[in-house]
Write a protein that binds this ligand. Sequence first.
Ligand SMILES: CC(C)(COP(=O)(O)OP(=O)(O)OC[C@H]1O[C@@H](n2cnc3c(N)ncnc32)[C@H](O)[C@@H]1OP(=O)(O)O)[C@@H](O)C(=O)NCCC(=O)NCCS
Length: 137
Amino acid sequence: MEGYFCQMIEYSSEISSLSPADLKDFFVEFTNKPSLVKRLQILKNSDYVIIAKEGEKLVGFINAVSDKTFSAYIPLLEVLHEYRGNGIGSELVKQMLDMLKNYYMIDICCDESLEKFYKKFNMLKLSAMVLRNYDKI
Ligand SMILES: CC(C)(COP(=O)(O)OP(=O)(O)OC[C@H]1O[C@@H](n2cnc3c(N)ncnc32)[C@H](O)[C@@H]1OP(=O)(O)O)[C@@H](O)C(=O)NCCC(=O)NCCS
């Protein structure tokens, strides 16, 4: 962990009290970042979401969208930089995969560097084709 001692982290799907400002330190890996309002909308409009909080502070989240029948896709997973390396990301994935366990297909696109991380959850490597409309962020 990077210079910070984690207190108790709580996981839940309760996002009604989140405000756009809670998401200001997220989306760090994005060159063009969605607005704070859009970030909250992404979570609110997702079919499934799990957040990690330390007290009142949002420290991580994962979301999924689904056809509610067959497949689910996990578009986003992020833990605040100073909280990384403490198992929070793994716990978010574990809880989300449990939530999605009745679907046939559960997909995530990731950089090669994260393959080892996702293999821990029995995920298989497959190639993906993606399109990004950078002007729509
Ligand atoms: C990926 C991420 C959510 C992991 O969160 P975390 O709380 O640090 O996760 P954990 O502590 O459970 O696990 C960390 C493990 O992931 C590995 N890891 C995390 N990011 C990595 C990266 N970019 N490249 C290689 N390994 C990475 C760590 O080395 C560590 O490995 P270990 O378990 O063998 O020690 C976090 O690094 C993050 O928010 N990254 C930026 C956003 C991102 O890339 N999201 C994934 C989108 S597919």
